[in-house]
Ligand binder design. Structure first.
Ligand SMILES: [Zn+2]
Length: 58
């Protein structure tokens, strides 16, 4: 059975593949690192508010 590595999209085999579903250990680690990196990311809140134009009323 042939699969595509979700990391690099390279075609690899499912059987006898210790790093499945990845093609290599590198891709496996890259994917792992990706998730670790995501966890470190702090969602930034938008502090800037839309400023309303002040119109002079006569
Ligand atoms: Zn790969």
């Amino acid at each position: 059975m042939k699969i595509k590595c979700p990391m690099c999209k390279k075609t690899t085999t499912w059987e006898e593949n210790p790093n499945r579903p990845f093609c290599s250990e590198r891709c496996k680690l890259l994917d792992l690192g990706k998730w670790v990196f995501e966890e470190y990311k702090i969602p930034g809140e938008k502090a800037e508010e839309e400023k309303e134009e002040e119109k002079d009323s006569d």
